[in-house]
Design a protein around this ligand. Structure first.
Ligand code: BDR
Ligand code: CA
Length: 310
């Protein structure tokens, strides 16, 4: 199985990404590292453990990482995810332990210990932990197989400012470190995730499972979609983070283009913007495979099929 580390700030959509990964035999989730983002770190690491227990995987290893971005004050998103970050279902307090090691040390040690080219990083929150690992031990960069991340947006615009997507906006300096690392990167931007809408019949599939995980997903998705439905009147809400895991399982669901991506870290107006050279108008080196479209029916079929096995 492909070895992955999920770096996350759960988050209802993070929760579904973790469940999808844990339900998929092709993937070996060797660690879940928490970062401050949607809510502060004390909540994201606890939420990550709640989700592992929901998947009946209390032996999974969850590590706590950075409590704030590299250079800036933490911006959170309780307006989207609720006060706990995981509002919706009534999940019990986790009993599984938090690992004593710091997430950044875990990432560095694991990549140096495991065979070169064997570890894939899946960041679905702000990129602080990944940047810290690269700063702490730059020698890990050539040993990383690939980074598949949720972040950014281009033709679609931003979701926390007109120009910026939340994960990149929260820690733009960290994003800059990651995008200039030379590591192969795959990006799932808002352009993809805004097509993966949680419509009622899709949520019904989780209800029909009649399982603990299925019921929790219904509550997570119904809470999560209400933000977009109330604010924008859309039918369902965009399901962001599970696209990262779905790409690892069925890459043919996605289409995109290999291009240059730079991160804006200076401008007040466009801070955290992903400047994507889709048309190749600069000579800047291509550093990321940026996805633009998803077979959303295929994506939801995969999600329901896998989570249905939990
Ligand atoms: C991203 O921001 C968070 O709120 C979601 O969990 C997702 O990772 C979408 O912009
Ligand atoms: Ca997230």
């Amino acid at each position: 199985a492909r070895k992955i580390i999920i770096d996350t700030d759960p988050g209802q959509d993070d929760a579904l990404a973790i469940l999808l990964a844990l339900a998929s035999p092709e993937l070996d989730v060797i660690g879940v590292t928490a970062v401050a983002g949607n809510v502060p770190l004390a909540l994201t690491e606890k939420n990550a453990r709640k989700i592992c227990e929901l998947a009946d995987r209390p032996e999974a290893r969850v590590y706590a990482g950075a409590a704030r971005p590299l250079m800036r004050k933490l911006v959170t998103a309780e307006h989207v995810h609720g006060r706990t970050g995981l509002d919706g279902p009534d999940l019990p307090e986790p009993e599984m332990p938090l690992q004593p090691q710091h997430a950044v040390d875990f990432i560095v040690e694991t990549i140096l210990r495991e065979e070169a080219g064997s570890i894939t990083l899946c960041p679905i929150g702000p990129l602080t932990n990944i940047a810290l690992a690269l700063i702490h031990a730059p020698e890990i960069a050539p040993r990383i197989r690939e980074i598949v991340l949720m972040g950014g947006g281009f033709f679609e615009g931003g979701n926390i400012t007109p120009a910026a997507e939340f994960n990149i906006y929260v820690d733009p300096e960290a994003a800059k470190v990651v995008f200039s690392s030379g590591i192969p990167i795959v990006v799932m931007p808002l352009d993809v995730t805004h097509r993966a809408l949680t419509k009622a019949d899709r949520i019904d599939r989780f209800r029909a499972m009649g399982t603990k995980a299925g019921d929790a997903c219904v509550a997570l998705l119904e809470f999560f979609e209400r933000f977009d439905e109330e604010k924008y009147g859309s039918d369902g809400g965009p399901l962001h983070d599970p696209n990262v895991i779905a790409y690892l399982l069925e890459p043919e669901l996605y289409s995109g283009r290999y291009c240059n991506v730079e991160i804006e870290t200076q401008s007040e107006l466009t801070l955290g913007m992903t400047v994507i050279d889709w048309w190749g108008v600069t000579g800047r080196p291509k550093n990321a495979l940026v996805m633009r479209d998803v077979d959303h029916d295929g994506f939801f079929a995969l999600l329901a099929e896998r989570i249905g096995t939990l």
